[in-house]
Design a protein around this ligand. Structure first.
Ligand code: BF8
Length: 507
């Protein structure tokens, strides 16, 4: 297979663009952050002020908040269902149409368009229906298909952080969320001792769980992978891939390879992958490309990385509901030794207090079991917490289906409904729409769903109160909007002591 390659031959010839830490000086829009903005039509965008704020069309602030939340959940659900659909295609079993997914996602976008749904309660109920669908047809289906294609993970030791890059070998990083090509690369790289394959974000988390491939970075460190100057190829599929990467790769010798038809990047070598056979041949081509590019690595970058000589974090990874020790957890809950089970999920927002949240989970792990996935798992792993005793690494964000399975099976073992048990899904630092859909999915199961700031719904709004009421009425669950790690710990401990679903909710 021949691909048109960039003609880069030297490193460090361009001025580097500002990286994430510098771009954070761009403050969030204060109007949007409060949910006080509507851009659903061209009468506006409208901003909301005063005692009875309304847009030009007459929409209330709570209606706008509900519409915006529904659009977030629809986008998150579309991403997860799209992932599952691509796995079906990869396995040679494309669906005829996408039935319920298409109907629900397009229905949500229709209902939240200007001049359609005007009842906030109705829109919020649709949010929850869509989140439930996300869990079953997005997270659940994608997880089952990946297990069928690549094997079900088993506990194993793993390594994390940028230190998993190896200056002595050709480094290839795989980044995104859909691990079909990445698994083929793992198989091919195993035949080349001079090649070091590492993962980034959720494609990396899947590889780590399934095959023990080191996880170099989560979302916030993706640019740093390139900036080490020792990565010969960065292979991206889709989701959470920063649009800054092409410019950054231009400043180093790193070849950027895009593999998803949905996620083309300027200047990238595009190698779309649809089938298992295509993945194997593309994996071979990428390894040839990366090995050929190693001669262009800057000697200075190579020496600088060697001199820093960081040590990777060691972790126990690759758990499923079959290997977390359900009987032991159920027994702990029965005896009161275990006060609860927490799924610590979702993103690590650099605007949030990541260190504080890590400490909160470390504290809670004294009497709670902590299941974790995605960027949150990477963060806990870097802190040395993924021990396989109190903290259980379950893989990528679609693998939150495994956390849902743990909650359901524990409930069955204990003979009680999920909502009657001290189960919490915590998404303390959301970034993406996907994390909103995931958090609400857990709420539809009966878990308490915690969101930290930036909140997906303004805590003091009427829409947030309505969401709380609907969760209670329809799912016997609740949302906890809490931005303080210490207050979150107190809320969980307070609930655990009472053994009831009565928790401090800031809504
Ligand atoms: O799906 S945790 S920043 S990498 S969205 Fe993205 Fe958030 Fe990270 Fe994986 Ni999940």
């Amino acid at each position: 297979m021949e691909h048109a390659l960039n003609s880069k031959t030297s490193a460090g010839t361009r001025r580097q663009p500002p990286r994430l830490a510098a771009r954070l000086s761009l403050a969030p829009c204060p109007i949007g952050a409060k949910g006080d903005c509507c851009k659903a039509c061209h009468l506006g965008p409208c901003r909301f002020f005063g005692d009875d704020p309304r847009g030009v069309c007459g929409a209330s602030r709570d209606l706008i908040i509900a519409r915006n939340l529904l659009r977030s959940v629809a986008a998150g659900t579309a991403a997860h269902c799209g992932h599952a659909r691509h796995m079906l295609e990869f396995g040679g079993a494309p669906r005829q149409g996408d039935g319920v997914q298409f109907r629900e996602i397009s229905g949500a976008l229709h209902q939240s368009a200007m001049g359609v749904g005007a009842d906030p309660d109705d829109l919020l109920r649709r949010c929850l229906r869509l989140a439930a669908l996300d869990g079953e047809h997005g997270l659940g289906l994608a997880t089952r298909l990946e297990d069928a294609a690549f094997g079900r993970p088993a506990p194993k030791s793993g390594r994390l952080d940028l230190a998993t890059l190896d200056p002595g070998r050709t480094n290839i990083a795989v980044h995104g969320h859909e691990p079909a090509l990445a698994m083929a690369l793992a198989a091919e790289a195993a035949r080349h001792p001079d090649v070091n394959l590492v993962g980034v974000c959720c494609t990396g988390a899947s590889l780590l769980a399934a095959a023990g491939v080191p996880l170099a970075a989560a979302f916030t460190l993706q640019e740093d992978v390139v900036a080490t100057g020792i990565v010969e190829a960065l292979v991206v599929d889709s989701q959470c891939v920063m649009p800054s990467l092409p410019d950054l790769c231009e400043c180093f010798h790193t070849r950027l390879v895009s593999t998803s038809p949905l996620a083309r990047m300027p200047g990238a070598v595009h190698m779309p992958v649809r089938t298992r056979a295509g993945a194997a041949s593309t994996a071979r081509a990428i390894i040839r490309l990366a090995r050929g590019n190693r001669k262009n690595r800057s000697a200075a970058a190579h020496l600088a990385f060697r001199a820093a000589a960081p040590a990777p974090s060691e972790a126990v990874v690759g758990f499923t509901e079959d290997s977390v020790g359900l009987e032991r957890l159920a027994d702990g809950l029965r005896r009161g030794k275990l006060k609860g089970v927490i799924a610590a999920v979702g993103c690590v927002n650099p605007r949030s207090d990541a260190a504080g949240w890590t400490e909160a989970f470390r504290d809670l792990a004294a009497d709670h079991a902590v299941l974790t996935t995605g960027c949150m798992a990477f963060e806990l792993g870097r802190a040395g917490l993924l021990d396989g005793r109190n903290f259980f690494h379950l893989g990528s964000c679609v693998n939150n289906a495994r956390a849902a399975a743990v909650f359901r099976r524990l409930a069955a073992l204990l003979g009680r409904p999920v909502h009657a048990l001290p189960f919490t899904a915590s998404c303390p630092m959301p970034i993406t729409e996907k994390s909103v859909a995931i958090g609400l999915y857990f709420a539809t199961l009966g878990c308490r769903a915690h969101f930290g700031a930036p909140f997906p719904i303004p805590p003091s709004s009427g829409a947030a109160a309505a969401l709380q009421r609907i969760l209670k009425e329809d799912h016997s669950s609740q949302a906890l909007l809490e931005s303080s790690p210490a207050a979150f710990v107190r809320a969980l401990r307070g609930r655990s002591r009472r053994g009831t679903a009565r928790a401090r909710s800031l809504i």
